[in-house]
Design a protein around this ligand. Structure first.
Ligand code: G1P
Ligand code: ZN
Length: 541
């Protein structure tokens, strides 16, 4: 078999962020761009020779073409095997599971997660390591270093392989295996959860609406929720993956999944509602008449974990990203288990799970997961909730009310300012940083600052240090605001403002109302309006 070596040169802007390399689809489709990055991955991991890789994506525009390129490049670099989801599809959690189950050396996941897809949308490439999780700092740094010195890439100039046929072929020395993307994942879920109890609940008339947002979880949700567990046919909506997600924005939050919110808040709402994102790792949880924030959902899962067979023996600990609310910390302290606070991004949870410091972890951005894989997992969170509901024979609203009565309520909201001028956003952060030493004792929005800092993290497992992870300002009475710039946006800068306030008595307020003084304090201290030129956030979640 012939392999070509194509001369190339470093391309600007190939720095992988918290979830790999994310760019507009147009950028990825430039001749040689994807090839450049894939070769840099091989170079950053000491070559692909003799290694096994799992490859799949969320089905967005350019997914199948990109997979053909990855396979040709794996063959040209003498990989032992590539394992590909049929039709190029693999949800991120299913890919993580396959990497672990098949003992692969790594995986390449093609997705820009919840960002819109299509020719004018976004595309992304993520490299996961042998534990099934996103490349940790050291690996992504090595890949980035390779992008800076690349001079050639290797590719096999072969015909496309048939991604629609399950089975095995070969390309040079490389075995190319196309597999059912759902079977292994569905089997894992059946191992973790009490499927009998959930099935019984559906038999007695329990109703569900799962919005797959035209993204990758549709086939998984139909197979598991409808076919295996007996949810009414049609419970899964928008269940056929489309390459531009039905021109939608596959981000499961109250803004982008408004259609689901409207149904769940309406007269004929089903008992349970949920949605997942482009690549299937995020989740949104709703009950009839109630939206559960991701931070609250994590806390509720931790508090009720022993309902689930896989966690019946208790949790070793929990972890949350720093901007996630402290609700889960309160559960951890009641359970007497450790709780960890990590920087934003799933990769920081991997070490903690590998070392069995934590069983459950989550982020405010709709990511929840456990040590069953090394990625967040949207359908897993849905099944976890269904398992709890089946055991407690209670409603989502009642479970959350009980939760707040027991632990107090961490009112929470995130305000995003998108497409802000990069200089203005950096200026705002620099101004806050300069203020840090003198904020304590000052009053903003009627709240007195107790302390403030810029979050940094020392990994307790590998000792690595990560700095510059967001500015935190704490106020008297347990309120907090956090400022961070997004690492996943593709246009301008996105300023994220995370707002939180603990209340142990008044539990039924609207979140924005409960947080009004923290919102005002955040605006005052960071001069958000004047510096961004915006009078309101673009997205409130
Ligand atoms: C966002 C979320 C973060 C998540 C990441 C990848 O990153 O905020 O929690 O890990 O997407 O899904 P950000 O854009 O804030 O850097
Ligand atoms: Zn995602």
């Amino acid at each position: 078999m012939r392999f070509d070596t194509i001369p190339t040169r470093p391309i600007d802007g190939q720095k992988p962020g918290t979830s790999g390399l994310r760019k507009t689809t147009q950028v990825f489709k430039q001749p040689g761009f994807l090839e450049n990055f894939i070769q840099s991955i091989w170079d950053g991991i000491d070559g692909a020779a003799g290694k096994t890789f799992v490859v799949g994506g969320d089905g967005r525009h350019f997914n199948a073409e990109a997979i053909q390129t990855v396979v040709r490049m794996a063959a040209a670099s003498s990989a032992a095997r590539v394992i590909i989801g049929q039709n190029g599809l693999l949800s991120t959690p299913a890919a993580s599971n396959l990497i672990r189950k098949r003992g692969a050396d790594g995986g390449i996941i093609l997705s820009a997660s919840h960002n819109p897809g299509g020719p004018d949308g976004d595309f992304g490439v993520k490299y996961n390591i042998a534990n099934g999780g996103p490349a940790p700092e050291a690996v992504s740094t090595a890949i980035y270093a390779a992008t800076q010195v690349i001079s050639e890439y290797k590719i096999a100039p072969t015909n496309d392989i048939d991604l629609s046929q399950i089975g095995e072929t070969s390309l040079g020395q490389t075995a190319v295996e196309v597999i059912d993307p759902i079977a292994d994942y569905a089997a894992l879920m059946a191992d973790l959860f009490d499927f009998t109890a959930i099935r019984d609940m559906f038999t007695t008339g329990f109703t569900l609406r799962f919005d797959a947002m035209h993204a990758v979880t549709g086939p998984y949700a139909k197979a598991i929720l409808e076919d295996q567990l007996g949810a009414q046919p049609g419970s899964v909506v928008n269940g056929t993956p489309s390459e531009d997600f039905g021109k939608g924005h596959p981000d499961p939050n109250p803004i982008w999944a408004k259609a689901l919110v409207d149904v769940m808040m309406g007269e004929d709402a089903p008992d349970f509602g949920a949605a997942s994102d482009g690549d299937g790792d995020r989740n949104m949880i709703m009950g009839r008449g109630i939206y559960v924030t991701p931070s609250d959902s994590l806390a509720a899962l931790a508090a009720n974990a022993t309902c689930v067979p896989a966690y019946a023996g208790g949790l070793s600990g929990v972890a949350r990203s720093m901007p996630t609310s402290a609700a889960v910390d309160r559960v951890a302290s009641a359970l007497g288990i450790q709780s960890h606070e990590t920087p934003t991004g799933w990769k920081f949870f991997g070490n903690l799970m590998d070392a069995d410091h934590v069983t459950l972890c989550g982020e405010e951005s709709a990511g929840t997961g456990s040590n069953h894989i090394r990625e967040k997992d949207g359908l897993w969170a849905v099944l976890f909730w269904l398992n709890i509901l089946a055991h407690r024979k209670s409603s989502v609203a009642k479970i959350m009310q009980d939760h707040w009565e027991t632990y107090g309520r961490n009112y929470y909201s995130r305000h995003d300012y998108e497409g802000v001028e990069v200089e203005a956003a950096n200026g705002l952060m620099a101004m806050l940083r300069a203020q840090l030493p003198k904020l304590a004792g000052q009053t903003f929005g009627g709240l007195v600052v107790t302390k403030s800092d810029e979050f940094s993290y020392d990994d307790p497992v590998d000792g690595s240090h990560t700095s510059g992870q967001g500015i935190r300002i704490f106020f008297e009475g347990g309120a907090r605001c956090v400022f961070r710039l997004s690492g996943t946006g593709t246009v301008g800068a996105t300023l994220r403002v995370y707002l939180e306030r603990l209340d142990t008595e008044v539990l039924g307020l609207d979140a924005q109302e409960a947080l009004s003084s923290v919102i005002q304090a955040a605006n005052e201290v960071a001069e958000i309006m004047t510096r961004t030129g915006r009078s309101a956030p673009d997205v409130i979640s």
